[in-house]
Design a protein around this ligand. Structure first.
Ligand code: CDT
Length: 304
C-alpha cells in the first residue's frame, strides 16, 4: 500500500514593488490550475509570495512598511486564491507578511506561512523563527536584509499538522539552514516539510560564497530530508527582482535525500512529484530510527 500525494512546487518569478497583490494572486491561480490538471492535491508557494521581498530596503515610515503586510487572511485580494483551491480541490502553502494583534491589543508582525486545506480552511500556521540579516541600516551593502527590523521571531514553535493523509510541518527560508528546524519537525514524525524562500545570489557579508548559493540551498534541503526521513518541498521566489538576483532551484526532495523534481527556470514554473508518504518509513524505521539509535542524553550542549 502507498500513501501517494501529488505535490506541485510552484516557483514564482520576480514580483515588482509596483505589482499589485491581485496580479501575484492571479499568477498563483494560473499555476494552481496547471498543477490540478496534472493531479496535484497540494501546491506550495514561496515565502512572502504576495509582494516583492521588501526587507531589501531600509524604511523608517511604519505606514510605508505596513503596506507590505496582510491584516487578514483571506483578504479581498487573496480570497480568489482560496476560492480557486476549493474549486480545484487542492490545498496550498502560502508565505506572507502577517500583521496582527495579540490578546493584549499589541500589534505584532511576523513572517508567516499557512497551510490551507482543499476546503479553504487554514489547517496550520507557522511564524518564522530564524530571522536572518540585521536590524539597522547598513549602507555599505548593495541591498539590505532587514528581516530582524521588520519582523519579530515566531512564537508558535514548529507545528506539525495531520493533513493531506500525513504529518505536515512548515518552515520558512533561513530556517532550512538550521538542522534544529528539521530535527524539531522530525522528532514529531513529520513526513512532509514545506518551505518557501527568497535567497539573493549575492551575500554581502561573504561575497566569496555567492557562487555557492544554489549548492547550499540543495545541500540543506537534501540533508534535512534524509536525516529526518521526510519529504521536503522547497519553493523559491526567483529571478531579478528590483535589481536583486534571487536563486531558483525549487525542488521536491525524497526522504532518501534524492531530488525527485526540480524547476529549471527563474520564472513562474511548477515542478511536480508523486510523493509516497510511506517512503518515510525506509529511513525513519532504519538508519534514522530515533528511538533505537539516537543518543539524546549525549546532546546536552544542544540545549545550553
Ligand atoms: N529570506 C531569507 O531568509 N533569506 C536568507 C538570505 C541569506 S541571509 C541574509 C536565506 O537564508 O536564504
Amino acid at each position: 500500500m502507498s500513501r501517494s500525494l501529488i505535490i506541485a512546487a510552484a516557483q514564482m518569478g520576480p514580483i515588482a514593488r509596483s505589482e499589485p497583490r491581485a496580479s501575484a494572486v492571479s499568477r498563483m491561480i494560473a499555476m494552481m490550475e496547471r498543477a490540478a490538471k496534472q493531479g496535484a492535491k497540494l501546491v506550495v508557494f514561496p515565502e512572502l509570495a504576495l509582494t516583492t521581498f521588501f526587507p531589501r530596503w531600509y524604511m523608517e515610515d511604519q505606514a510605508e512598511i505596513d503596506t507590505f503586510f496582510e491584516t487578514e487572511m483571506p483578504s479581498v485580494e487573496t480570497r480568489p486564491l482560496f476560492e480557486a483551491a476549493v474549486r480545484l480541490g487542492v490545498g496550498f502553502y502560502l508565505g506572507y507578511a502577517e500583521k496582527t494583534k495579540d490578546g493584549e491589543g499589541r500589534t505584532r508582525r511576523f513572517n508567516t506561512s499557512i497551510l490551507v486545506g482543499p476546503d479553504g480552511t487554514v489547517l496550520s500556521t507557522y511564524r518564522k523563527i530564524h530571522l536572518p540579516g540585521h536590524s539597522e541600516h547598513e549602507p555599505w551593502r548593495a541591498f539590505q536584509h532587514l528581516e530582524k527590523r521588520y519582523f519579530e521571531g515566531g512564537d508558535l514553535g514548529f507545528p506539525v499538522a495531520e493533513a493531506f493523509g500525513g504529518r505536515v510541518g512548515m518552515c520558512i527560508c533561513n530556517d532550512r539552514r538550521w538542522p534544529e528546524t528539521f530535527r524539531m519537525l522530525g522528532l514529531q514524525q513529520a513526513e512532509l516539510v514545506l518551505l518557501g524562500y527568497n535567497t539573493p545570489v549575492h551575500y554581502p557579508p561573504a561575497p566569496e560564497h555567492d557562487h555557492l548559493q544554489d549548492f547550499h540551498n540543495h545541500l540543506v534541503l537534501q540533508a534535512g530530508a534524509y536525516q529526518n526521513g521526510t519529504w521536503v518541498v522547497g519553493v523559491a521566489k526567483a529571478g531579478r527582482e528590483e535589481g536583486c538576483d534571487l536563486i531558483g532551484g525549487t525542488c521536491i526532495i525524497a526522504p532518501t535525500g534524492e531530488i525527485a523534481a526540480k524547476c529549471t527556470t527563474l520564472g513562474d514554473e511548477i515542478a511536480i512529484a508523486d510523493c509516497d508518504l510511506d517512503r518515510c518509513r525506509e529511513i525513519q524505521d532504519n538508519i534514522f530510527n530515533f528511538k533505537v539509535h539516537r543518543q539524546p542524553e549525549k546532546y546536552g550542549l544542544l540545549c545550553k
